[in-house]
Write a new protein. Structure first.
Length: 244
């Protein structure tokens, strides 16, 4: 196995050193996460043959973790790789066994998340192992309460705020005197949610994270451009700003 891995390439060239790096990562996931990602998934958006070859080992490491605090960095490392899979038959299907194990472990860890940030990260990991396009790497705003979007008509860059006090879209580059125009977001009615939006809402509700569930309704709700008034579904424009 070591010989086979040494023939693979990673971000730094031949990947013979990755077995030792994965062993160090297994012992201290949080400490060695940045180094591992530099070799397996630079910028969290580029993978190499060695990246896919590492998924079975990452699944083994995840299964051996004895707490969510150690498990989360392992799952996030594997999920970063999985999110780079093409949206056609490919690595995720070929590695269905370890990916399925990673998905199972993520599903269990979600119910034990320590805080909202960890919960949203794990929710994103779950989607990565399912091959969900866009939302497998774009859910961080459910924690921070902020996304970027763009108007479908005039192209204005928008800041989307999903806060509990204020929920609106505003010109992200506004620099004139006075307050900018804020276009309110109308949360999606429960009957309007479908697809990934409905699934995220149901999951967050079932796991006891009502604030995340409410943010999902706003993300998949409707607003308008504060400059030209063009209406849009917020999630569609957030996805477009991410290149999807």
């Amino acid at each position: 196995m070591a010989a086979a891995r040494s023939a693979l390439t990673g971000a730094a060239g031949p990947a013979g050193h990755l077995s030792a790096l994965l062993d160090r990562f297994a012992a201290e996931p949080a400490r060695h996460w940045p180094e591992l990602m530099d070799h397996l998934c630079p910028q969290l958006d580029t993978v190499h043959p060695a990246s896919w070859a590492a998924l079975p080992r990452l699944a083994e490491i995840a299964a051996a973790c004895d707490g969510t605090d150690r498990l989360t960095p392992v799952l996030s490392a594997a999920a970063a790789i999985a999110s780079c899979a093409p949206d056609t038959d490919g690595p995720l299907q070929e590695l269905a066994g370890p990916v399925g194990e990673l998905h199972r472990l993520t599903d269990g860890a979600l119910r034990r998340a320590a805080d909202r940030e960890e919960y949203v990260l794990l929710l994103q990991c779950l989607l990565s192992f399912e091959g969900a396009v866009c939302w497998d790497r774009a859910l961080d705003g459910l924690h921070t309460g902020e996304f970027e979007a763009c108007c479908p008509w005039c192209g204005l860059l928008l800041e989307v705020e999903l806060g509990t006090e204020r929920s609106h879209c505003v010109d992200a580059e506004y620099s004139l005197p006075g307050e900018p125009v804020r276009a309110p977001i109308r949360p999606a009615a429960l009957g309007q949610l479908d697809g990934v939006g409905a699934r995220l809402f149901r999951r967050a509700t079932a796991d006891g994270w009502p604030a995340v569930a409410r943010a999902v309704r706003r993300l998949f709700g409707e607003s308008a451009c504060p400059d030209c008034g063009t209406g849009f579904v917020v999630a569609v424009r957030v996805a477009a700003a991410r290149g999807f």
